[in-house]
Design a protein around this ligand. Sequence first.
Ligand code: C5P
Length: 230
Amino acid sequence: MTEKIDAIIVAAGSGTRLGFSMPKAFVPLHGKPILLWSLKQFLSFALVDKVILVVPEDLIDKTRKQFDDNRITVIRGGDYRWVSVYNGVCQSKAQWILVHDAARPFVNHTIIDDLVKKRSEFDCVITVTPEVDTIKEFKADRAGTTIDRSKVVRVGTPQLFRRSVLLDGFKAVPKMDNVPTDEAMLMERTGIEVGIAWGDPLNFKITTPSDFRIAEALLEKDKSMCMGPD
Ligand code: C5P
Protein backbone atom coordinates (compact mmCIF):
# COMPACT_ATOMS: atom_id res chain seq x y z
CA MET A 1 0.00 0.00 0.00
CA THR A 2 1.31 3.50 -0.81
CA GLU A 3 2.21 5.60 2.18
CA LYS A 4 -0.19 8.47 2.79
CA ILE A 5 0.77 12.15 2.86
CA ASP A 6 -1.25 14.77 4.78
CA ALA A 7 -0.62 18.50 4.52
CA ILE A 8 -0.77 20.84 7.52
CA ILE A 9 -1.21 24.51 6.65
CA VAL A 10 -0.41 26.68 9.66
CA ALA A 11 -2.53 29.82 9.66
CA ALA A 12 -2.86 30.65 13.36
CA GLY A 13 -0.34 33.49 13.55
CA SER A 14 -1.52 37.03 14.26
CA GLY A 15 0.62 38.65 11.58
CA THR A 16 0.86 41.96 13.42
CA ARG A 17 3.76 43.09 11.22
CA LEU A 18 1.42 43.13 8.20
CA GLY A 19 -0.71 45.84 9.79
CA PHE A 20 -4.25 44.46 9.16
CA SER A 21 -6.79 44.06 11.97
CA MET A 22 -7.43 40.40 11.04
CA PRO A 23 -4.95 37.46 11.25
CA LYS A 24 -2.59 37.43 8.26
CA ALA A 25 -3.81 34.20 6.66
CA PHE A 26 -7.33 35.64 6.36
CA VAL A 27 -6.37 38.94 4.73
CA PRO A 28 -7.74 39.02 1.16
CA LEU A 29 -5.00 38.76 -1.46
CA HIS A 30 -6.28 39.52 -4.94
CA GLY A 31 -9.79 39.02 -3.52
CA LYS A 32 -9.23 35.65 -1.77
CA PRO A 33 -7.91 34.89 1.76
CA ILE A 34 -4.12 34.40 1.72
CA LEU A 35 -4.51 30.84 3.02
CA LEU A 36 -6.81 29.83 0.14
CA TRP A 37 -3.99 30.16 -2.41
CA SER A 38 -1.84 27.44 -0.86
CA LEU A 39 -4.84 25.34 0.21
CA LYS A 40 -5.82 24.92 -3.46
CA GLN A 41 -2.32 23.79 -4.39
CA PHE A 42 -2.22 21.07 -1.71
CA LEU A 43 -5.79 19.87 -2.31
CA SER A 44 -5.10 19.47 -6.02
CA PHE A 45 -1.76 17.69 -5.53
CA ALA A 46 -2.57 14.05 -6.29
CA LEU A 47 -0.43 12.50 -3.52
CA VAL A 48 -1.99 14.58 -0.72
CA ASP A 49 -4.69 12.71 1.16
CA LYS A 50 -6.08 15.40 3.46
CA VAL A 51 -5.32 18.96 4.46
CA ILE A 52 -5.33 20.11 8.09
CA LEU A 53 -5.89 23.84 8.44
CA VAL A 54 -4.64 25.26 11.74
CA VAL A 55 -6.33 28.57 12.55
CA PRO A 56 -6.94 30.92 15.52
CA GLU A 57 -9.59 29.50 17.88
CA ASP A 58 -12.12 32.27 17.22
CA LEU A 59 -12.01 31.62 13.46
CA ILE A 60 -12.61 27.85 13.57
CA ASP A 61 -16.37 27.97 12.91
CA LYS A 62 -16.09 30.55 10.15
CA THR A 63 -13.28 28.60 8.46
CA ARG A 64 -15.21 25.30 8.68
CA LYS A 65 -18.19 26.93 6.96
CA GLN A 66 -16.00 28.56 4.33
CA PHE A 67 -14.04 25.39 3.47
CA ASP A 68 -16.73 22.73 3.68
CA ASP A 69 -14.88 19.76 2.14
CA ASN A 70 -14.45 16.29 3.65
CA ARG A 71 -10.72 16.35 2.84
CA ILE A 72 -10.20 19.47 5.01
CA THR A 73 -9.95 19.38 8.83
CA VAL A 74 -9.98 22.73 10.63
CA ILE A 75 -8.41 22.89 14.10
CA ARG A 76 -7.08 25.49 16.51
CA GLY A 77 -3.49 26.67 16.68
CA GLY A 78 -1.30 27.48 19.66
CA ASP A 79 0.70 30.39 20.98
CA TYR A 80 3.79 29.26 19.09
CA ARG A 81 4.14 27.99 15.56
CA TRP A 82 5.46 24.61 16.74
CA VAL A 83 2.34 24.17 18.90
CA SER A 84 0.16 24.87 15.86
CA VAL A 85 2.10 22.25 13.88
CA TYR A 86 1.93 19.79 16.81
CA ASN A 87 -1.85 20.21 17.02
CA GLY A 88 -2.01 19.47 13.28
CA VAL A 89 0.19 16.36 13.51
CA CYS A 90 -2.08 14.99 16.26
CA GLN A 91 -4.94 15.01 13.73
CA SER A 92 -3.10 12.85 11.20
CA LYS A 93 -2.48 9.14 10.82
CA ALA A 94 -0.54 9.50 7.56
CA GLN A 95 3.06 8.24 7.31
CA TRP A 96 4.21 11.58 5.86
CA ILE A 97 3.40 15.17 6.78
CA LEU A 98 3.87 18.28 4.67
CA VAL A 99 4.03 21.46 6.77
CA HIS A 100 3.33 24.73 5.01
CA ASP A 101 3.03 28.39 6.09
CA ALA A 102 -0.30 29.84 4.98
CA ALA A 103 1.68 33.06 4.58
CA ARG A 104 3.39 31.60 1.46
CA PRO A 105 0.62 31.75 -1.15
CA PHE A 106 2.86 31.08 -4.17
CA VAL A 107 3.68 27.44 -3.47
CA ASN A 108 3.04 25.29 -6.56
CA HIS A 109 3.01 21.64 -7.65
CA THR A 110 6.61 21.71 -8.91
CA ILE A 111 7.86 22.81 -5.46
CA ILE A 112 5.75 20.16 -3.68
CA ASP A 113 6.76 17.47 -6.16
CA ASP A 114 10.51 18.19 -5.82
CA LEU A 115 10.13 17.87 -2.05
CA VAL A 116 8.10 14.65 -1.89
CA LYS A 117 10.34 12.89 -4.42
CA LYS A 118 13.15 13.07 -1.85
CA ARG A 119 11.25 11.00 0.72
CA SER A 120 12.99 7.91 -0.69
CA GLU A 121 16.28 9.34 0.65
CA PHE A 122 15.37 11.32 3.79
CA ASP A 123 12.90 11.31 6.69
CA CYS A 124 12.85 15.12 6.55
CA VAL A 125 13.22 17.40 3.53
CA ILE A 126 13.05 21.21 3.52
CA THR A 127 12.50 23.73 0.76
CA VAL A 128 15.40 26.17 0.41
CA THR A 129 16.48 29.03 -1.84
CA PRO A 130 19.95 30.54 -2.31
CA GLU A 131 21.04 33.52 -0.21
CA VAL A 132 21.81 36.39 -2.59
CA ASP A 133 22.72 39.16 -0.14
CA THR A 134 25.91 39.62 1.84
CA ILE A 135 25.16 38.32 5.35
CA LYS A 136 26.77 39.78 8.48
CA GLU A 137 26.35 39.36 12.21
CA PHE A 138 25.66 42.60 14.12
CA LYS A 139 25.42 43.98 17.65
CA ALA A 140 23.55 47.26 18.33
CA ASP A 141 24.73 49.64 15.57
CA ARG A 142 27.95 47.74 14.73
CA ALA A 143 28.38 45.24 11.93
CA GLY A 144 30.28 42.11 12.81
CA THR A 145 31.65 39.10 10.98
CA THR A 146 30.57 38.38 7.42
CA ILE A 147 29.13 34.92 6.85
CA ASP A 148 30.05 33.19 3.58
CA ARG A 149 26.73 33.27 1.74
CA SER A 150 27.67 30.28 -0.42
CA LYS A 151 27.50 28.20 2.77
CA VAL A 152 23.99 29.26 3.83
CA VAL A 153 20.49 28.87 2.41
CA ARG A 154 17.17 30.54 3.11
CA VAL A 155 14.73 28.04 4.55
CA GLY A 156 11.06 28.12 3.66
CA THR A 157 8.11 25.80 3.43
CA PRO A 158 6.72 23.35 2.50
CA GLN A 159 8.75 20.96 4.64
CA LEU A 160 8.26 17.19 4.57
CA PHE A 161 8.56 14.88 7.58
CA ARG A 162 8.02 11.23 8.33
CA ARG A 163 5.29 11.67 10.96
CA SER A 164 6.90 9.40 13.60
CA VAL A 165 10.19 11.34 13.32
CA LEU A 166 8.41 14.70 13.63
CA LEU A 167 6.50 13.52 16.71
CA ASP A 168 9.81 12.47 18.28
CA GLY A 169 11.25 15.88 17.44
CA PHE A 170 8.70 17.75 19.55
CA LYS A 171 10.20 16.09 22.65
CA ALA A 172 13.31 18.24 22.09
CA VAL A 173 11.46 21.56 22.44
CA PRO A 174 11.74 21.89 26.28
CA LYS A 175 15.54 21.41 26.02
CA MET A 176 15.99 24.20 23.46
CA ASP A 177 17.29 27.68 24.38
CA ASN A 178 15.09 29.44 21.81
CA VAL A 179 11.59 28.80 20.51
CA PRO A 180 12.01 26.87 17.23
CA THR A 181 11.13 28.93 14.14
CA ASP A 182 10.56 25.81 12.05
CA GLU A 183 10.24 22.10 12.76
CA ALA A 184 13.42 21.16 10.87
CA MET A 185 15.23 22.74 13.86
CA LEU A 186 13.81 19.88 15.92
CA MET A 187 15.48 17.42 13.55
CA GLU A 188 18.86 19.10 14.23
CA ARG A 189 18.30 18.42 17.91
CA THR A 190 17.34 14.79 17.41
CA GLY A 191 20.17 14.08 14.96
CA ILE A 192 17.98 13.38 11.93
CA GLU A 193 19.61 14.15 8.58
CA VAL A 194 17.63 16.84 6.73
CA GLY A 195 17.54 16.78 2.92
CA ILE A 196 17.11 19.93 0.85
CA ALA A 197 15.00 20.61 -2.23
CA TRP A 198 15.60 23.83 -4.12
CA GLY A 199 12.42 25.90 -4.13
CA ASP A 200 11.37 29.07 -5.89
CA PRO A 201 12.21 32.53 -4.48
CA LEU A 202 8.70 33.58 -5.57
CA ASN A 203 7.34 31.31 -2.83
CA PHE A 204 8.24 34.02 -0.31
CA LYS A 205 6.54 34.58 3.04
CA ILE A 206 4.24 37.57 3.30
CA THR A 207 5.36 39.31 6.48
CA THR A 208 5.42 43.07 5.90
CA PRO A 209 3.18 45.51 4.01
CA SER A 210 5.80 45.64 1.22
CA ASP A 211 5.67 41.82 0.81
CA PHE A 212 1.91 42.15 0.50
CA ARG A 213 2.23 44.81 -2.19
CA ILE A 214 4.70 42.64 -4.12
CA ALA A 215 2.27 39.69 -3.92
CA GLU A 216 -0.62 41.81 -5.19
CA ALA A 217 1.53 43.20 -8.00
CA LEU A 218 2.64 39.70 -9.06
CA LEU A 219 -0.95 38.49 -9.28
CA GLU A 220 -1.99 41.61 -11.15
CA LYS A 221 0.84 41.21 -13.67
CA ASP A 222 0.71 37.45 -14.15
CA LYS A 223 -2.89 36.35 -14.60
CA SER A 224 -1.72 32.74 -15.06
CA MET A 225 -0.92 32.63 -11.31
CA CYS A 226 -4.57 33.42 -10.54
CA MET A 227 -7.19 30.83 -9.71
CA GLY A 228 -10.64 30.26 -11.08
CA PRO A 229 -13.76 31.96 -9.70
CA ASP A 230 -14.46 29.81 -6.59
O1 C5P B 1 5.22 34.14 12.32
P1 C5P B 1 5.65 33.51 11.04
O2 C5P B 1 5.54 34.45 9.88
O3 C5P B 1 6.95 32.79 11.10
O4 C5P B 1 4.54 32.40 10.78
C1 C5P B 1 4.67 31.43 9.77
C2 C5P B 1 3.35 30.69 9.65
O5 C5P B 1 3.05 30.05 10.88
C3 C5P B 1 2.17 31.61 9.31
O6 C5P B 1 1.40 31.04 8.27
C4 C5P B 1 1.42 31.69 10.63
O7 C5P B 1 0.02 31.85 10.48
C5 C5P B 1 1.74 30.35 11.28
N1 C5P B 1 1.68 30.42 12.75
C6 C5P B 1 0.79 29.61 13.44
N2 C5P B 1 0.72 29.66 14.81
C7 C5P B 1 1.50 30.51 15.51
C8 C5P B 1 2.43 31.34 14.82
C9 C5P B 1 2.51 31.27 13.45
O8 C5P B 1 0.04 28.84 12.81
N3 C5P B 1 1.37 30.56 16.82
